[in-house]
Design a protein around this ligand. Structure first.
Ligand SMILES: Cc1ncc(C[n+]2csc(CCOP(=O)(O)OP(=O)(O)O)c2C)c(N)n1
Length: 557
């Protein structure tokens, strides 16, 4: 069969690979692809946000809510550059994002003529933000290059992939590309001897503890994780990306603060699907001290290398390997349920001392059904929410990963709303971070996306201000001139409320759950206490607070 243009070949390929929703901003180099999309509009829905950065953010949110590939397409050069923060966040969060951008004319690439939207080394930019990238080298090879991109998306560690297509290829007539790439090979099983070595280490341990990262959610390893934890009755400590892999209703499921209490007694730590790297220093998240042995299970061989020092390194898929490991373990109860609950209460008491943040987080959790999606941000309530917001199902808690991208939350929430199958998405943000994407109120309204947007307004880049005051005793460059948020929401046709208490916020969020379309809530807030000494397995340098109460496990282990 002859396909008319490269644009048709591209769109045909997206449809063949199951892409049903596409986040797109058009422009001249994409015209032939976009017209092909128009012709196939009953098969692919187009979402057209108001800034190119939102295309990759939405694709990321779409993947995180649905587990399905999120696809984004923009023009080259400045258009592609605009998507950078979204791609970086998707990369840091292990999201399957397909990024497609044209190139300038194939005969001009790399020549520096200054063709429309030309930038030096666009391919280097795409390569730097993806796990795999390719530039289509002839119009007839659009489909096979896209096949290769999908093969990469569907195997190994989930991360964005990028394809560049010179725009003349999209306009050219092309033959059906018969040289199609083969399906990806499944991830091989870990050698049985290594699984046995890991099992022997766990069986001989006095107090093994499990640490679960985003890899467990990504590989649908939740069932295997639960099997492993329940077989030996060991605590499961979740990283930010790993939240929800084991429901927080489970007595053994712990946040990183509770994790401190169990890690202090651990002699074997099983790290599953996590980079396990401290946020600010190039060291492991917990010291490889003498007397503590480590087992790492990760799909990416790079993540079992130094500074981690595995006693046993398993390179494989958590979903495949966790049941194999659980099978070889002796049934026992490492941590009694009553002791696990005592640890959780110990952590909760410290969380509850951070007011009003804890009250806001509690109000949100109470107002949201288990399957609603919470998109966290870098804001005062959001920091505490990393440990204070209980997560009950995989894929219902979204954070920015190690990228810590201010402003990512609202646009990612919009994508999560598209991919979430009608579930409500609650997006919290500071007034500073919201400023990155005010214009996307238009996108929320246009597609009537089920997003409850909560803006905590303290008139400042509050976290930066808090650090400046602590470190330097003075503040600079942190004051904001905000619009009147009520008028802003009205201008976009988005329903708006303003509140000043946790109870009032909870009531509005609850009411919003069954509302159609977006709702915006502004919460007026002042200076609040720092929660930082409570975050992470080991608090960041300089983040001190009141001494923690005695570890309840000291008495019983
Ligand atoms: C892309 C990006 N730019 C800048 C920062 C640095 N940063 C971290 S928090 C913050 C201030 C956030 O202010 P706001 O959104 O108002 O939240 P608040 O702390 O006031 O609650 C800034 C500028 C960042 N993390 N990411």
């Amino acid at each position: 069969m002859t396909i008319k243009t490269g644009g048709h070949a591209l769109v045909e390929n997206l449809i063949q690979h199951g892409i049903k929703d596409l986040f797109l901003i058009p422009g001249i180099q994409l015209d032939w692809a976009v017209d092909a999309l128009r012709q196939r509009s009953s098969e692919i829905n187009l979402f057209i946000p108001r800034h190119e950065q939102t295309t990759t953010y939405m694709a990321d949110g779409y993947f995180r809510a649905s587990g399905q590939i999120g696809a984004a397409m923009v023009v080259p050069g400045p258009g592609a550059l605009n998507t950078g923060a979204g791609l970086a966040t998707a990369y840091a969060s292990n999201s399957k994002v397909l990024f497609v951008t044209p190139q300038i004319h194939s005969k001009g690439v790399g020549k520096g003529y200054g063709l429309l939207h030309e930038i030096k080394d666009q391919t280097g930019f795409v390569a730097g933000l993806t796990k795999w990238n390719a530039m289509v080298d002839s119009a007839d090879r659009i489909a096979s290059t896209m096949d290769a991109a999908f093969a990469q998306l569907n195997v190994g560690r989930p991360r964005p992939v990028g394809v560049e297509v010179p725009h003349d290829y999209l306009q050219a007539s092309v033959e059906q590309d018969n040289e199609r790439s083969p399906e990806p090979a499944p991830v091989p099983l870990v050698d049985e001897k290594l699984i046995q070595a890991a099992a022997a280490l766990i069986n001989s341990a006095r107090f093994p503890v499990i640490y679960a990262g985003g890899g467990v959610n990504n590989s649908a390893g939740a069932a295997g994780l639960r099997l492993l934890a329940e077989k030996i009755g060991a605590a499961v400590v979740a990283s930010d990306n790993g939240r929800g892999a084991l429901t927080d209703r489970h007595p053994l499921s712990m946040n990183s603060l509770a994790g401190r209490a169990v890690f202090q007694h651990a002699d074997v730590i099983v790290v599953v699907g996590s980079r396990f790297i401290d946020a600010m220093t190039p060291t492991a998240s917990w010291p490889h001290a003498s007397g503590v042995r480590f087992i790492y299970l990760n799909i990416d061989p790079a993540d079992v290398t130094p500074p981690r020092m595995p006693d046993v390194a398993l390179v494989g898929d958590a979903a495949q390997e966790l049941p194999r490991l659980a099978e070889l373990l002796d049934k026992r109860t490492v941590l009694k349920e009553s002791d696990a609950l005592a640890v959780k209460r110990w952590a909760q008491a410290q969380i509850d001392s951070i007011s009003p943040q804890a009250d806001y987080v509690n109000a949100l959790r109470k107002a949201m059904p288990d399957d609603a999606i919470f998109v966290n941000e870098l804001t005062q309530i959001g920091y505490l929410a990393r440990i204070a917001f209980p997560v009950y199902e995989p894929h219902t808690y979204i954070g920015p990963g190690y990228q810590g991208t201010l402003g990512y939350g609202f646009p990612v929430a919009l994508g999560a709303a598209v991919g979430g199958g009608g579930r409500r998405v609650v997006s919290v943000t500071g007034d500073g971070g919201f400023g990155w994407n005010l214009q996307e109120l238009a996108t929320a309204k246009r597609y009537e996306l089920p997003v409850t947007l909560i803006v905590f307004n303290d008139g400042h880049y509050g976290n930066v201000r808090a650090i400046q005051r602590r470190e330097f005793g003075a503040e600079v460059a942190v004051e904001l001139s905000n619009p009147d948020f009520r008028l802003l929401a009205q201008a976009f046709g988005v329903p708006f409320e303003q509140v000043e208490t946790p109870d009032a916020l909870g009531a509005l969020v609850k009411q919003s759950i069954n509302t159609r379309g977006p709702v915006m809530i502004e919460v007026k807030i002042g200076i609040v206490p720092s929660p930082w000494h409570l975050l992470r397995l080991q608090p960041m340098k300089g983040m001190t607070g009141p001494a923690a109460p005695a570890n309840p496990l000291n008495e019983v282990i």
